[in-house]
Design a protein. Structure first.
Length: 164
């Protein structure tokens, strides 16, 4: 057994004196292992990329009932999340419809939701949300346009459905 150990030790020492053997036997496998781990190791859980839809909620008139209804809707929309990220950034807009649509055309926001003055009454009677939605179109990114339109459509359809 001692002889076998001595022969093995002698061969290992002789082989490591040659630079090619040292490279192919030790350094190359370590480099290959590092490369394969970097390329194919599973990545950590990354959050899904979602677009936050910037929305102005614009009441038709400044009555207290309609403003409260609009504020509640803005708060409800702003609290919706998907995959851990916000879905909407809703703001009650205090300007005119023309100014809100101009902000929409400039790309400042993604959508304007115009709330008519009879919306609270309609909601109380039928639990349906009455609103006119204007969505940004004609941008270089049609995918984001469709995503904004779809998100708003699903929000209004499902909110009315779940409220019943």
């Amino acid at each position: 057994m001692r002889a076998l150990k001595a022969v093995f030790t002698k061969e290992v020492k002789l082989s490591f004196r040659k630079k090619a053997v040292l490279f192919w036997g030790m350094i190359f496998p370590l480099m290959l292992l590092t490369l394969l781990v970097v390329l194919f190791a599973p990545k950590g859980e990354q959050p899904a990329l979602t677009k936050v839809v910037e929305v102005y909620l614009l009441p038709e008139e400044k009555s207290r009932e309609l403003l409260n209804y609009t504020r509640v809707m803005a708060e409800y929309m702003s609290n919706l999340t998907t995959d851990g990220g916000k879905l909407f950034e809703a703001t009650v807009y205090d300007g005119t419809l023309d100014a809100a649509l101009e902000a929409l055309r400039n790309g400042t926001i993604d959508a304007v939701v115009f709330i008519p003055k009879d919306a609270p009454r309609v909601f109380e009677e039928s639990l349906a949300i009455k609103a006119k939605v204007y969505v940004l179109t004609g941008t270089p990114n049609p995918t984001e346009e469709r995503l904004s339109r779809l998100s708003l459509s699903i929000f209004f359809n499902s909110s009315s459905t779940y409220a019943r």
